[in-house]
Write a protein that binds this ligand. Structure first.
Ligand code: LIP
Length: 278
């Protein structure tokens, strides 16, 4: 049996492409839509169906590996161990998927010894296949990608998740964050898929992304975090500024440390102002 990282990657790629075809063919289908934590956090039967395909096949191939998946693991995250652990989001950008908005993707990552070794993010609607393996660079459809070289925050495009305005205890902070980021940067963008947005940082079309909130978890950032770091960027913890802990994803993905620190500064100032006026 050839159980090495090349083989893990080969299997993961095949599964991402297969799962992507299910996503693509179901985007126009009638779906059963359920709310998880609110109308900003949705799930359909296809989320479960795609996760079952990916996890089922991986378990068959690698029965001794561990799994963390949005639909099967839920809110109670297990401890990340040194064992090979597959981290999966079957459909990231479920609200987009429901609307037919073409930013939606399949996410598969592999951690070994608590370090991300493989990251695959596949948007089958726009045919964007983002891939990275530890130490070998990041790619979009096989072509190497690099983060933006902008270091001046006033020239940066920053992505945010304004949907969290709907969460009571985040509302005031989100309002302030949006105000200050809009003021200090070249513009705010929002895509509705955390994994794809992090890949947009990796491909150099936006400079930073702040992602944190209920429902945002390990599967949203684990695979993209290696894609960003292999593309020359950083994914840091919003509070400590150190490398993000994928099991505690209050993250800022950025093209470089300078932009990451600027986003941290603005968010901290926004949160301070929001608390003052509360
Ligand atoms: C989604 C994120 C998105 C965020 C949503 C949601 P899902 O993940 O990627 O960026 O705004 O609240 O959590 O649920 O589609 O996998």
């Amino acid at each position: 049996m050839k159980h090495n990282e090349d083989f893990y990657y080969e299997v993961a790629m095949k599964l991402a492409l297969e799962a992507g075809q299910v996503l693509k063919s179901s985007i126009v289908a009638t779906k059963t839509i359920k709310e998880k934590q609110g109308d900003w956090d949705l799930v359909t039967e296809y989320d479960r169906k795609i996760e079952d395909i990916i996890v089922g096949k991986l378990k068959n191939e690698f029965p001794d590996h561990k799994f963390i998946g949005e639909e099967s693991t839920g809110a109670n995250l297990p401890e990340l161990t040194d064992d090979p652990t597959w981290i999966i989001d079957p459909i990231d950008g479920t609200t987009n998927f429901i609307h037919g908005f073409p930013h939606t993707c399949v996410v598969i990552g592999l951690s070994i010894s608590k370090e991300m070794k493989i990251g695959i993010v596949y948007n089958p609607i726009l045919e964007q296949l983002f891939t990275a393996r530890k130490g070998t660079g990041a790619f979009l459809n096989g072509v190497p990608i690099k983060t933006s070289s902008i270091i001046d925050i006033s020239k940066a495009l920053i992505c945010l998740e304004p949907g969290f305005l709907k969460v009571d205890n985040l509302k005031n902070k989100m309002i302030k964050r949006i105000q200050l980021i809009a003021k200090e940067t070249q513009g705010i963008r929002t895509l509705g898929s955390a994994a794809l947005t992090l890949c947009y940082v990796a491909m150099g079309v936006v400079e930073g992304y702040q992602i944190e909130g209920p429902g945002i978890s390990t599967w949203d950032i684990a695979a993209p975090s290696i894609i960003i770091s292999e593309a020359g960027g950083v994914v840091v913890d919003r509070i400590t500024g150190k490398k993000v802990d994928i099991m505690n994803p209050r993250a800022i993905g950025a093209c470089n440390d300078k932009i990451a620190n600027e986003v941290i500064r603005i968010i901290q100032e926004a949160d301070r102002q929001a608390e003052l006026h509360h």
